[in-house]
Design a protein around this ligand. Structure first.
Ligand code: PLP
Length: 387
């Protein structure tokens, strides 16, 4: 057994990033400013987005994107039950109603045919989630969105570096479109906490940039800089969702390492595939469609609990006993109390998501994992699931 605990994810922060954070701390300018602008620019160049707006979380980015496209009370927004709660929470917080479309239990992504079935006269937007970094069927989803004149907001929290038919996730797909990334510590890159909204829509970008800082017509950087003007106006009641330069310093450095990080993620997935692929009782996530690139934010096999004779929670506890961390992404959202009570969702409503929710587990996957760490995971899983 391992002597030290192996977490399921761990960020890898370089000395350069630490030095740039110290630079910000010593400079006297620690909140949104030049380092944030630089991060936005390099991020936009990386994904190929005309506008990139840094915020303090993907949750904030989702909320602002919905507000910027005018989603609110009376509107319905279609999304997936197999996601983090923030995807639904932000819809609820705008006053709109979340509507769920079930997933494909193999790809774990929302089914385009289920989106079409969920559309009503009140539907205003669709939020697909690229689960684990596997691109959704964007061609089908974009067609549905265009045909029905809907807003498309991609929850791309898992999908930095992923691409769909040669197009990086985050590059614009139409006028009323945004993609939102997360820099939470477990994501493909981190800056402590943070997020980025990418869009090709100038109007939405302007609105987000104003809404993320109280609704003020100018950011603090413009007001307090040597050449700034002290006046501002309130254009809308806004929020406080701006990114700090301290965060952006880490983010900029992480972005330069993204390709290397994602290559290492890919290598680890290949080892898992080779060493665990034959194991009965475990169904590994499939490769992406031909021509697509997966960003492998998480590696999420499904346990065949009927064959194994124990639950996913038992599996996680046994891994923990062997000093290996796992995680649960995700419990199907419609089964949470709030959503169940308010939208009358119940077990049986989304069988694809429920099947996955009962069986899914995230094995350790992060770039700094050594081959030895990967071997420890493989050995532990084999021991628990039987050779
Ligand atoms: C992490 C995550 C979020 C929220 O990201 P934060 O930056 O923590 O707000 C939203 N959606 C999905 C699918 C996520 O995995």
């Amino acid at each position: 057994m391992r002597e030290t605990f192996l977490p399921f994810a761990r960020p890898d922060i370089s000395e350069d990033a630490i030095a740039d954070v110290a630079d910000s701390l010593r400079s006297g300018w620690i909140t949104t400013g030049p380092k944030t602008q630089k991060f936005e620019k390099s991020f936009g160049e990386y994904v190929g987005s005309p506008y990139s707006l840094a915020v303090n979380s993907a949750t904030a980015g989702l909320h602002l994107s919905l507000l910027a496209f005018g989603i609110g009370p009376g509107d319905e927004v279609i999304t997936t039950p197999m996601t983090f709660a923030a995807t639904l929470n932000t819809v609820v917080l705008t006053g709109a109603t979340p509507v769920l479309a079930d997933i494909d239990p193999v790809t774990l992504n929302i089914r385009p045919d289920m989106i079409e079935r969920a559309i009503t006269s009140r539907t205003r937007a669709v939020i697909p989630v690229h689960f684990a970094g596997r691109p959704c069927d964007m061609q089908a989803i974009e067609e549905i969105v265009q045909k029905n004149d809907l807003v498309l907001i991609e929850d791309a929290a898992h999908a930095l570096g992923a691409s769909c038919r040669g197009k990086l996730i985050g590059s614009p797909a139409g006028e009323r479109h945004a993609a939102v990334f997360s820099f939470h510590p477990t994501k493909n890159i981190t800056c402590g906490e943070g997020g980025m909204v990418c869009t090709g829509c100038e109007e939405a970008a302007e609105k987000i940039s104003v809404l993320r800082q109280h609704g003020m017509s100018k950011g603090a950087w413009n007001r307090y800089a040597a050449t700034g003007t002290p006046h501002y106006d309130i254009l809308f009641p806004g929020l406080k969702y701006n990114m700090l330069d301290i965060q952006a310093a880490i983010g900029s450095d992480q972005l330069t390492r993204l390709d290397t990080f994602n290559e290492r993620r890919r290598e680890i997935v290949d080892i898992y595939r080779k060493e665990l692929g034959e194991l009965k009782g475990l169904r590994l996530p499939p490769e992406p469609d031909e021509g697509d690139v997966h960003s492998w934010h998480i590696f999420t096999p499904l346990l065949d609990i009927d064959l194994l004779g124990f639950s996913r929670d038992d599996f996680m506890a046994r891994m923990r006993e062997m000093n290996i961390g796992t995680a649960l992404h995700y419990q199907a959202a419609h089964l949470f109390s709030y959503f169940g009570q308010n939208y009358r969702w119940k077990r049986g409503d989304f069988p694809g998501a429920e099947h996955v929710s009962d069986r899914i587990v995230s094995l350790p996957l992060f770039p700094a994992m050594t081959d030895g760490d990967v071997t420890d995971v493989v050995e532990a899983v084999r021991q628990i699931c039987g050779r």
